[in-house]
Design a protein. Structure first.
Length: 249
């Protein structure tokens, strides 16, 4: 076999794989809900943010908006957490594998065995990481990709309800506090759901956005880049900056 023929076959195989992945992404894509997203012109809206930390994404919410929705819809976990962080204007929230999340505060701390265990072992317990922010997310996450998304008030309420359901509860119905988080004023909480390759942190973010009516694709959401690509592609939202995605300190 000549080098030219081998190269041609490799290119054809790569093209076939790319086509298959794109087709799978389209087939599994969630269409969103045009009744709640985007907000109707002149209607109320809440701005949230998706932040890319390099190997996982999180959601940033205005705390007062979350408090209002929690009170209106009896979302007890969100209400309790928002009370714990009452001194702050925004909450950054991420979901993930407990061992991976708590042992790898930066991408440089990630090891191959750690990643393989989190992705392929069944039944990995999960946690939520909540950080209180007082400055604008654009300032706090100055080295990360930050995507602002305007949600309708109904869409934000649906997203907050799904967030509330992500918190595991004690017998008394309170969120289970697991102690200090990774950076700044932050805490870990026990979460609902097991982490694995088909249910990673970016899938959790995508489900929150889907609840708010935003189109998402589970296949693309495996990686942060895919999730943000899908947001640009189908929702027309863009990052405030496209520089290095880094960790907050």
């Amino acid at each position: 076999m000549t080098i030219r023929l081998l190269a041609r076959r490799v290119l054809l195989a790569a093209a076939a794989i790319a086509t298959a992945l794109m087709a799978a992404a389209l087939v599994t894509a969630r269409p969103g809900d045009p009744n709640v997203y985007p907000p109707a012109p002149g209607a109320g809206a809440v701005e949230i943010f998706v932040v890319n930390h390099g190997y996982h994404t999180g959601i940033v919410l205005p705390r007062t908006s979350a408090v209002e929705i929690a009170a209106r819809h009896n979302l007890t976990a969100v209400a309790a957490v928002a009370t714990r962080f009452a001194a702050f204007s925004f909450l950054e929230i991420g979901w993930g594998d407990e061992g991976f999340y708590r042992a790898a505060p930066t991408i440089s701390a990630v090891t191959v065995p750690m990643a393989l265990r989190a992705l392929f072992r069944l039944g990995n317990p999960s946690v939520l990481h909540v950080v209180g922010l007082n400055e604008s997310p654009a300032v706090v996450f100055g080295n990360s990709e930050l995507v602002p998304i305007r949600l309708s008030t109904d869409g934000f309420a649906r997203m907050t309800a799904m967030l509330d359901a992500s918190f595991a509860r004690s017998e008394q119905g309170e969120p289970l506090d697991l102690g200090p988080g990774l950076y700044g004023p932050s805490l870990f909480f026990r979460a609902v759901g097991a982490f694995h390759i088909f249910n990673v942190c970016n899938h959790w973010v995508a489900r929150l956005l889907d609840a708010a009516g935003v189109p998402t694709s589970p296949l693309l959401a495996i990686a942060p880049a895919g999730l943000l690509l899908d947001l640009r592609w189908r929702s027309g939202v863009h990052a405030l900056r496209s520089g290095h995605a880094g960790d907050v300190r």
